[in-house]
Every structure is written in structure tokens, then in C-alpha cells.
Write a protein that binds this ligand. Sequence first.
Ligand code: ADP
Ligand code: TZP
Ligand code: MG
Length: 240
Amino acid sequence: MDLVANVLLAGGASPAMIHSVAEIPDFTPKTHALYVNVGTLTPDWLPAIKMAAQVANDRNKPWVLDPVAAGASGFRLAACLELLKLRPTVVRGNGSEIMALVKGSADDNSKGADSTHESTDAVAAAKSLAQTTGCIVAVSGAVDIVTDGQRVVGARNGVAMLQKITATGCSVTALIAAFVAVGPSRPFEATVTALSVFGVAAEMGMATARGPASLRTNLIDALYGLDRASVLRHVDIRNM
Ligand SMILES: Nc1ncnc2c1ncn2[C@@H]1O[C@H](COP(=O)(O)OP(=O)(O)O)[C@@H](O)[C@H]1O
Ligand SMILES: Cc1ncsc1CCOP(=O)(O)O
Ligand SMILES: [Mg+2]
């Protein structure tokens, strides 16, 4: 939650981390987008998550799902599949998470929050998930893949060391939610752009990083200082 909230602030958004059913009816209507992350899911939290998604839907607000470690346990997978029925605007996971959602069963070989698949292994799964759910589906990795079930785009910014900082996946999903909040009528473009901007900031931060801890700090600084010219100079988005 620390990195997620700080990435959102650096990107110009205004985060509030809310868990309680007591607060969701008041809080969710005030937002421009809802971000649901199941990273530390418990049975107690699930009703609040569902309530928030329902309020977002009732108010026509976009919402974004990060199915952290979806294949690691039956409980988590079932929860993610229930949440998909509430039709998030965007789902962003790593290769293993997106493949688990499509397979619909927990994976004995799951590594938990980390992926055992390349994003490119999950292109067919991502397209299928987008077609069956109507969501924009993004798969992160060396190439970030975004699909609406028809179009498939690859965004190639980023650095491998992001995998050595916990919650960078969670943070880029949060940034997607922020970008979708700004451009709710174009969630596909907002998703690709958020992934690219996060990747460009990571590349800039990597220039002076000495390891994951300094990259984490530099990433927040680079995102905060990023301007349009730098994004346009570095961004690498291609049709796949
Ligand atoms: N090998 C890589 N090269 C460049 N960027 C990467 C690489 N692997 C992951 N990333 C980037 O790291 C961020 C988190 O992605 P990822 O590690 O796939 O998510 P998660 O933490 O959910 O598993 C994304 O911005 C992604 O583009
Ligand atoms: C380590 C960990 N455990 C539960 S959630 C979480 C963070 C996962 O974040 P990310 O998917 O961005 O690496
Ligand atoms: Mg993740």
C-alpha cells in the first residue's frame, strides 16, 4: 500500500486506501476510479471489495482489478472469478495470474505473487479473457501486453529490476486506474499509456540506481518529474 499510494501521488492522483464496509458507501462515490487489489485478501475483506465494485458500477465509475497471485489458492482464485463477474473496466496481472483466471483452477506450481510465465506466453489467454468478460486485459512483463479481445498492443518500456521491488505490479495497476479515471471513455489507450509511463519512469530511475532500494526511490522521483517530451522520446508501443 505504501508504494502504491506513493506512485499514485507522484503521478498526480489522490489515493485513499479503504477496506471497511462501514466507509465504502460514503467513499466510493467520491472517487474517479476504484482500484481493487487482492494482494492481502482475507474472507473478511471480500464483502467490502464486492460492495465497492458494486457501488462503482452503480455510479458508472471505472474500476480496475489486480488479481495478485490468483492461481496460488482456491479461495483467491474463486474470489477473483467472482470479481470478474462484476465486470472490471481493466484487469492487469502477470502472465501466470492471467493464465490462472482463464484456466479457472488453482495452480500447484504457482510461485505466489511472482510469475512463472512470460507475458508473451499469455497473449491467447489475455485475448480469451477480454472476450469472455468484456474487460481490457493487460499482462505485464518484459513486454506489457494490452488487449480488448481484438486489438493486441505491446508496450516495451521498463527494466527487469522492477521484479525485485515488491508491489511494482500493484503500483502499475494503480497507475492504470488513475489514467482510466482521466480518460474513462478510452480505457484501452489509458491502460497502454499508464504501463508505458511507468516503464519510462523506471528506465530513467535505473540510470542512477544502485539496486532495488534506490530504484524504488528513483522510480517515484522520475514519475513525479516526468514531462511530455521525455515520455514521447522514450515510449515504445507496437501492435502485436
Ligand atoms: N523483464 C522485464 N523487463 C522490463 N520490465 C519488466 C520486466 N518484468 C516486469 N517488468 C515491469 O515491471 C512492472 C511489474 O510487472 P510484473 O513484475 O510483471 O508484475 P507483478 O509484480 O504483478 O508480477 C511492470 O511495469 C512491467 O512492465
Ligand atoms: C508480496 C506480496 N504478498 C501479498 S501481496 C504482495 C505484493 C505483490 O505485489 P506485486 O504483484 O506488485 O509484486
Ligand atoms: Mg502482481
